[in-house]
Design a protein around this ligand. Structure first.
Ligand code: ZN
Ligand code: ZN
Length: 155
């Protein structure tokens, strides 16, 4: 990313920021610079960061922001559907602003979470006895194992 304004990346970021602004308005949320910065930091990475990781990033631009604010903002993003919490593993919550169909590979050693997309996983059916009593919002597939880096260390 060179920062030239006409790259596809630049355009995509602008579009996503606009969509986020619209989503905030719809949800009756104020669009504050801090909120925008938290969203942007999350949207620009594919590392599925924790609140702490987002905090370290946003603090460079907003030195007065607190971890608590970042944490609450991330939870708010999840509530309005601008991001989601990657299904739990007992560790600190990890967040994802990539709302497109995709699945996660989670490394059990270094806790890396890597996106992949395998189309058949998008179409996994939920059993009827579940949908009878519960409202299903999302189904996810998460694959766990050792990532390439950790496997190299092993051998
Ligand atoms: Zn790993
Ligand atoms: Zn993801």
């Amino acid at each position: 990313m060179s920062g030239t304004p006409e790259t596809t990346d630049g355009k995509e970021i602008t579009q996503k920021m606009d969509a986020f602004r619209a989503r905030c308005h719809e949800a009756g949320l104020k669009v504050t610079p801090q909120r925008m910065a938290v969203y942007r930091a999350l949207m620009e990475t594919d590392e599925h960061p924790s609140a702490e990781m987002v905090f370290r990033q946003v603090r460079r631009v907003h030195p007065s922001i607190s971890l608590d604010t970042v944490n609450r903002t991330l939870l708010t993003l999840s509530e309005i559907g601008a991001a989601f919490i990657v299904e739990g593993s007992g560790d600190a919550k990890r967040f994802d602003a990539n709302l497109g169909n995709h699945q996660h590979f989670r490394c059990v050693r270094c806790r890396r979470i890597v996106d992949f997309h395998y189309e058949p996983f998008d179409r996994i059916a939920v059993p009827e006895n579940l949908t009878g009593g519960f409202t299903v919002l999302r189904t996810t597939v998460c694959v766990e194992g050792l990532c390439d880096r950790c496997r190299l260390q092993e051998s």
